[in-house]
Design a protein around this ligand. Structure first.
Ligand code: ARG
Length: 460
């Protein structure tokens, strides 16, 4: 067995069971690029500070570049007995260039190294997710454009409430996704500080320059406190919280579209390209991708809760428990990216069943609140108007008709203020024309939103 990089004080090697249990290279090798870049920055700083010679520095930089190429070409052999990505790369560097490699870990610990790698990895992951969010926003926006003027029933409590323009509802999701992006942007700015040089926990007595490594890795500044730098994973909690909120937004959209694709609603027709069948029921066409989006949100939330529980009992500073942060992080990112991609794909592959939607509009007195507004315009206090319209609804329910089908005489028996102009407030098409408050579903307000998003999403 090869001696461990930390093996000096040990007389015997760890058992196979312990080795297998403790290794992380099987998954943290994902960090190889960040690990190599971090090491390059660190080595260059060591040269600058006179802690190692320029020749040693060059040997290290060239060696690291070579290892990077060998990893990328798939030739690199990852060894579980070398524990993690950091020691695999350092040991391979020693195999490759010999003595100079032994100077790379000067004034560095895996504790600051791992957390530097993870912060660098998160930066890229966040950029990737931001791109996916943007593409989904564009897909939802385009779906809205294709369905200009389409009125749908709006729901509260899943009971019919008021009419909505479909565009308005779709843009609600676009808004939510925009805040999701904002949370990630904030998170990225807050995590972009360098732990490198915090070493194990206390910093070092060697004359390093943490500002130099921070700068060369594109961090805003070095973290101020070395204990904080190696011990906290709040930036991951924040990142996974942001992902969880995205997951919840997507899950709600998934739920809505699954419902709309049902026979009972029949509003939405997913194309065959995004539907799957049943192995026993020949007639079936299921909206599986959106069900899985709903389902996978559980994983993303689970990843966050794993991390919350992981961190809650840890004393300062670094604890090996923290190695367990990586799988939930990777899983959360991989899952949220896939969820965003498939949702965009789904949005590009649905049509709305105009016939079913328009046939469904008369049900549920969607115009009742507009009728109450009519009475308010006539000077009736809103509470009284509410009561009068409630009675009109009861009357139309008893007659099996719509509010617009009640005669003026029938309405006047409820209140003498009713005049012929009430009919221009009734019926879904009339009702929706009355909305004019900022942010409402009125067509001018929605047109303003459309033009806002056209600019914001840079769609000409
Ligand atoms: N693989 C470890 C992790 O992910 C790296 C840091 C290990 N540090 C240590 N002192 N054992 O956290």
């Amino acid at each position: 067995k090869e001696a461990k990089l930390w093996g000096g004080r040990f007389e015997s090697s760890v058992t196979d069971i312990v080795e297998k249990f403790s290794e992380s290279v099987s998954y943290d090798k994902k960090l190889y690029k960040q690990d190599i870049n971090g090491s390059k920055a660190h080595a260059s700083m060591l040269v600058q500070q006179g802690l190692i010679t320029a020749e040693d520095g060059d040997a290290i930089l060239n060696g690291l570049a070579e290892i990077g190429r060998s990893i990328e070409s798939g030739k690199f052999i990852w060894r579980a007995d070398r524990e993690d990505v950091h020691m695999n790369i350092e040991a391979a560097l020693t195999d490759l260039i010999g003595e100079p490699a032994k100077k790379l870990h000067t004034a560095r610990s895996r504790n600051d190294q791992v957390c530097t790698d993870v912060r660098l990895w998160c930066r890229d992951a966040i950029d990737q997710i931001l791109g996916c969010i943007n593409r989904l926003q564009v897909a939802l926006f385009n779906l809205a454009i294709q369905n200009k003027g389409l009125i749908i029933p709006g729901y509260t409590h899943l009971q019919r409430a008021q009419p909505l323009l479909l565009q308005h509802l779709l843009l609600a999701y676009v808004e939510q996704l925009e805040r999701d992006s904002g949370r990630l942007v904030d998170c990225k700015a807050r995590l972009n500080f360098s732990p490198l040089g915090a070493c194990a926990l206390a910093g070092t007595g060697l004359p390093i320059d943490r500002f130099a490594t921070s700068r060369s890795l594109g961090f805003t500044a070095p973290l101020r406190n070395s204990v904080d730098a190696v011990s906290d994973r709040d930036f991951l909690l924040e990142f996974l919280s942001a992902n969880s909120i995205i997951a919840i937004h997507l899950s709600r959209l998934g739920e809505e579209w699954v419902l709309w694709a049902s026979e009972e609603f029949g509003f939405l027709i997913p194309s065959d390209a995004v539907s799957t069948g049943s192995s026993i029921m020949p007639q079936k066409k299921n909206p599986d991708p959106m069900e899985l989006v709903r389902g996978k949100s559980a994983r993303v939330i689970g990843d966050l809760s794993t991390l919350l529980v992981l961190c809650k009992g840890l004393p300062q500073a670094y604890n090996r428990d923290l190695q367990e942060d990586k799988e939930p992080l990777f899983d959360s990112v991989e899952t949220i990216v896939a969820m965003l991609e498939v949702t965009a794909e789904f949005a590009q592959n649905v049509t709305f069943n105009l016939e079913r939607i328009s046939r469904s509009l008369p049900a549920g007195h969607l115009d009742a609140t507009t009728m109450a507004d009519y009475l308010v315009n006539k000077g009736i206090p809103f509470r009284t108007s509410h009561d009068i319209v409630g009675k009109a609804v009861a009357l139309s329910l008893s007659k099996g008709c719509q509010l617009s089908e009640l005669s003026l005489d029938q309405l006047r028996q409820l209140h003498p203020v009713f005049e012929d102009d009430v009919y221009s407030f009734l019926g879904v098409a009339n009702s929706i024309k009355k909305f004019c408050s900022y942010g409402s579903t009125g067509s001018n307000c929605v047109a303003e939103q459309i033009s806002f998003w056209r600019d914001k999403l840079k769609l000409s």
